[in-house]
Design a protein around this ligand. Structure first.
Ligand code: UD1
Ligand code: CA
Length: 465
């Protein structure tokens, strides 16, 4: 006999709740862990598990959630009034009705972000072999999570919410992770018959699972080998815990792939960040968003990088800030440098302390070492920009650009009033205010000539001028 066609898998993510314990005006599922909203992690897991349809049940702050998450492949279901997890899932029935005759409904919680796609697959298989399946974990401190009770043979009997549990039930350490695979259309029949006879006056999804089991439907318990996967976020203490765990997962993967992270607990490397082999990351570093660091780089203490690219062998000195910047091979940045969006340093360039760069290209081997502002400029290869140089790119109305030729030498404290161009190999005298283009190889001097008044210094500092 041929194998029966696989049942379609539909994910329903419950994300309508208020999350009262967060004490926040932001809907709970939009709070961020490791740089992304909780709900985004859950959606990723549903996608990775090969669900052919993903429904998200929203209610509290529904519009805000939809806007923040986007996702052309998602279907949104509104639960206008939040009457419990069972009521939330029931709202999804309409969006499943076309496949409801034989679909497996994977139920996820928008506030359980460490869920693994492999677990969803195990749940779906468990349900397909019997009736339904739910994920359970053993927890030393099960807190407010639902307790899972079994009969003498170890088969599932009942889920009891902590608030409704008797003392001996509270002592049970096997908890409900809030992840289920349940068969449509049966589950919707059970949801229709729910009663809100519990401490919270809600329609519990857990009761539907319990009643189905009492009716003789087998509910398989799928053990989570790593109980962290079951962690839900109900308050900000749990949010911090989940944030750290998501970061630790990525840090461990990086370390195993050959990156030295000197103090992982004091390092933030968001999961979207790539780091190459033999790179050393010092404590207090934050690498955020879609940043990428090459091989054999050193990122020193306190550096903060977002959506920035650093090529092989570059050194980022302490307390530098890079936002949307691109740093070439073997460059050296900082300490205390700030590279703003669209800054590009070509191979071997050097940007030193208290230098701000914005929307500019610093050519190969060029140096901007001290106390400068370089905005909307191109600095040619091998040019040297002295201390305190400023590109005056804004006249109060519009921004203009500055061009510094290859090998040029810009004297300290030069003001380059844009639009202006300094030719290749040209120089400017220290303290010049450059308002006209400087030809290649020329020396521009634009400052008041010094006068020395012999013998006039005495006592001058005591006079009022
Ligand atoms: C739920 C389970 C509990 C389990 C825990 C795992 C129930 C009754 N209890 O408890 O057994 O151990 O998850 O984390 O299901 N939601 C809605 N609409 C609602 C209510 C909730 O969409 O009307 C959503 C929430 O936004 C949240 C998820 O469902 O994402 C879980 O709801 P929550 O109130 O956090 O349930 P728990 O008390 O954590
Ligand atoms: Ca919860």
């Amino acid at each position: 006999m041929p194998n029966p066609a696989p049942r379609p898998r539909v994910a329903v993510i419950l994300a309508a709740g208020k999350g009262t314990r967060m004490k926040s005006s932001l809907p709970k599922v939009l709070h961020e862990a490791a740089g992304r909203p909780l709900l985004a992690w859950v959606i990723d897991a549903a996608r990775a598990a090969g669900c052919e349809r993903i429904l998200v049940v929203v209610g509290h702050g529904a519009e805000r959630v939809r806007e923040a998450i986007g996702g052309a492949d998602l279907r949104w279901v509104l639960q206008a009034e939040q009457r419990g997890t069972g009521h939330a899932l029931a709202q999804a029935e309409g969006e499943i009705s076309d496949v409801a005759e034989n679909a497996t409904v994977l139920v996820l919680s928008g506030d359980v972000p460490l869920v693994n796609p492999a677990t969803l697959d195990r749940l779906a298989r468990g349900a397909e072999e019997g009736w339904g399946a739910m994920a359970v974990a053993e927890m030393a401190d099960p807190g407010s999570l639902g307790r899972v009770l079994v009969d003498g043979s170890g088969a599932f009997r009942e889920i009891v919410e902590a608030r409704d549990a008797a003392l001996e039930e509270l002592a049970v350490r096997r908890i409900n992770a809030g992840l289920y695979a349940l068969p449509a259309p049966d589950v919707f029949t059970y949801l229709r018959n729910l009663k809100a006879s519990n401490a919270q006056g809600e329609l519990y999804l857990t009761d539907a699972v319990t009643i189905a089991a009492q009716d003789g439907h087998p509910v398989r318990l799928v053990d989570l080998p790593d109980p962290d996967e079951a962690l839900g976020v109900n308050d900000r203490v749990e949010l911090a815990k989940v944030h750290r765990l998501l970061l630790d997962r990525h840090l461990q993967a990086l370390m195993k792939a050959g990156v030295t992270v000197l103090e992982p607990a004091r390092t933030v490397i968001e999961p979207g960040v790539r780091v190459g082999e033999d790179t050393v990351i010092h404590p207090g570093v934050s690498l955020l968003g879609h940043s990428s660091i090459g091989r054999e780089c050193v990122v020193h203490q306190g550096a903060w990088l977002r959506d920035s690219t650093v090529a092989d062998g570059a050194i980022i000195e302490p307390y530098s800030v890079l936002d949307g910047a691109e740093v070439g091979d073997g460059c050296r940045v900082g300490p205390f440098a700030r590279l703003r969006p669209a800054s590009r340093l070509l191979g071997g360039a050097r940007v030193g302390n208290f230098v701000e760069v914005k929307g500019s290209e610093i050519g190969a081997g060029a140096k901007v070492n001290h106390l400068s502002y370089v905005g909307d400029a191109t600095v040619g290869a091998g040019a040297n920009v002295g201390a305190g140089v400023v590109t005056c790119n804004y006249d109060g109305v519009r921004k203009s650009s500055t061009e510094i030729g290859a090998g040029a030498f810009i004297g300290s404290d030069t003001m380059l009033v844009a639009p202006v161009k300094v030719g290749a190999g040209a120089s400017t005298a220290a303290g010049s205010v450059i308002t006209k283009n400087v030809p290649d190889g020329a020396l521009a001097v634009a400052r008041v000539r010094q006068k020395n008044l012999e013998g006039r210094a005495g006592g001058l500092h005591r006079r009022k001028i």
